[in-house]
Design a protein around this ligand. Sequence first.
Ligand SMILES: C[S@@+](CC[C@H](N)C(=O)[O-])C[C@H]1O[C@@H](n2cnc3c(N)ncnc32)[C@H](O)[C@@H]1O
Length: 203
Amino acid sequence: MPHSFDARARTWDDDPRRRHLAESISAALERAVPLRKDMAALDYGAGTGLLTLALAARVRRVLAVDASAGMLAVLAQKARAGNVANVEILRADFAHDPLPAGPFDLVASAMTLHHVADVADLLRKFHALLAPGGHVALADLDAEDGTFHGTNAPGVHHLGFARTEFAAQLEAAGFADVRIADAVRNEKNGRAYTVFLAAARKP
Ligand SMILES: C[S@@+](CC[C@H](N)C(=O)[O-])C[C@H]1O[C@@H](n2cnc3c(N)ncnc32)[C@H](O)[C@@H]1O
């Protein structure tokens, strides 16, 4: 499945809908999490860095993690071109790769969790990576009917998420102060899909 992202990496940012989505998620994250210049952040499923690079301007460092070498190559190229020195890159899938050294003050993720089979396991790993008082900020699709990706799309494990169940999963992983807000309404193929941002803290 990372291969399908590899193939789309070079043209990923050409779609204005994706750029708008990431900008809106970044704005929702800033409303939900008090960002500080001394923070260490991790962006899981960073892709071409649409969220990573916005975060990098606001915090001390960002570790961009993604399973797709192609997406990360585009991110590395963009960081070089923009002289961005506080982004590190790690190709990994936390389902089977070792976790990086922490702790982090923020774990963020945009439009990636529906590609992850075992979300409960991933949320526990995010919790383990955070310092006490650290934040998660996770944006993904509200429950949808499968038309967002179309039929037989590879690597789609969830047709979005029901907010109440997602909040319960965060609490089961050990998070507190769970808040879920609208991030953006996303138009695709003439239909509207809503995206939420879930924020919570490690006690
Ligand atoms: C829809 S893209 C979103 C990229 C970026 N966050 C954005 O908003 O533009 C999903 C990204 O998650 C990555 N991904 C999918 N499954 C993953 C997994 N299990 N572990 C790490 N990355 C994964 C893909 O390679 C892809 O870059």
